[in-house]
Design a binder for this molecule. Structure first.
Ligand SMILES: [Zn+2]
Length: 363
């Protein structure tokens, strides 16, 4: 089988690579828009593609509950069901299930939980989650992990590391499809020693590492840099749930290759424009008569076609085109940011690119 990932060049800790997946090639660093319920909210697959997205993320927890595995298999898999023929990564569902608090019960073998939709009972184990992701035919499957709500005691964090490794081993044994690559998720919270243990155990299983990070920016940078350094050079590194321009730039600087977040589409639905010079709310009175583009530095369809005044009007009139156009622009901005990052790393000009973006978007 071909290599999943090739690293072409590094510049400082920033990395330029290529991920080869069943449904296509992904140039890294890359941003993945989130299609929670088999749709990137408000955008068609054609629009997701023309905004230069290479891969998207879908949520195991949500798809498991609705429409469910049986229907997705009957539809011919997730790609055919949602009419997206590019790569798809599914998250493990762990984050959502562990957020259910009173509605879930963890044991050594798995986690039983109640649907937030109809209260029905479901059970995730490392084996059932991998089988679900393979049945959907996704390109990258995340292994079910044990998430700990922070702040947590060291004992709780250590237990999450232990169980997550044991579950990753079981997922590895259950993994049967060469069409689906499998990534594990590092645990350990903000405890450097436990994160190191978790990284070592995941690396020993020969899995690429996914990681989540702390609550604050400062924690994120420290943890992302420390964690990236623990992972092998020749495997992709995925930081979950990061989606602002500044956070992504800092994470690329730490040596991370992949990101996902609902941020650009959520902002798009809430009138928040992401631009090369920071964010603003397009509903504001200041834009009622502003006939310039959403982002004058942007060459996307929205910015070359419409004005701020028009989008301001759409949002004020509650027209659904407003959220659609702004979601498109925001996703385009992040993909364009990543293209710029890839080119800068290739040229050995990463530090200058990073500093330019951070200066232009300074709050
Ligand atoms: Zn634009």
């Amino acid at each position: 089988m071909h290599d999943l990932f090739s690293l072409h060049r590094t510049d400082g800790s920033a990395r330029r690579g290529t991920l080869r997946l069943t449904h296509g090639v992904v140039e890294t660093p890359t941003f993945m828009p989130v299609g929670t319920a088999a749709t990137v909210k408000a955008l068609t697959p054609d629009e997701v593609r023309s905004a230069h997205s290479q891969i998207l993320l879908a949520n195991t927890y949500h798809l498991w509950l609705r429409p469910g595995k049986e229907l997705l298999v009957e539809a011919g898999g997730l790609h055919r069901f949602m009419a997206w023929d590019g790569p798809i990564l599914t998250d493990s569902g762990g984050f959502q299930v562990f957020s259910l608090q009173e509605r879930r019960k963890l044991d050594d073998d798995g986690v039983t939980f109640q649907s937030h939709i109809d209260g029905s009972t479901h059970r995730f184990t490392p084996e059932t989650v991998i089988a679900f992701e393979e049945a959907l035919g996704v390109d990258v499957a995340m292994v079910l992990d044990v998430c700990t709500k922070l702040p947590a005691t060291r004992e709780q964090l250590a237990e999450a590391v232990r169980m997550t490794t044991a579950w990753a081993q079981r997922a590895r044994d259950a993994w049967s499809s060469e069409r689906t690559a499998v990534f594990a998720i590092m645990q350990g919270g903000l405890d450097p020693e436990l994160r190191e243990r978790s990284a070592r155990e995941i690396v020993a299983l020969d899995f690429p590492g996914g990681l989540s990070v702390g609550e604050t920016r400062e924690e994120m940078y420290v943890t992302a840099r420390g964690s990236a350094a623990l992972l092998p050079e020749n495997k992709p590194r995925y930081l979950m749930g990061v989606g602002t321009v500044r956070d992504i730039i800092m994470a690329v600087d730490c040596g991370i290759d992949m990101f996902d977040c609902v941020y650009p589409t959520r902002c798009g639905r809430n009138a928040r424009a992401m631009t090369r010079s920071g964010e603003y709310n397009i509903r504001n009175a200041a834009y009622v008569r502003d006939f310039s583009p959403v982002d004058p530095a942007c060459d996307c369809y929205v910015c070359t076609t419409y004005t701020r005044a028009y989008l301001n009007h759409l949002f004020r009139a509650n027209e659904m085109l407003g959220p659609r156009l702004l979601s498109y622009h925001n996703v385009y901005v992040l993909n364009d940011l990543m293209r710029g990052a890839r080119e800068a790393i290739e040229r050995g000009e990463w530090a200058a690119y990073r500093d330019r973006v951070l200066a232009a978007t300074a709050p």
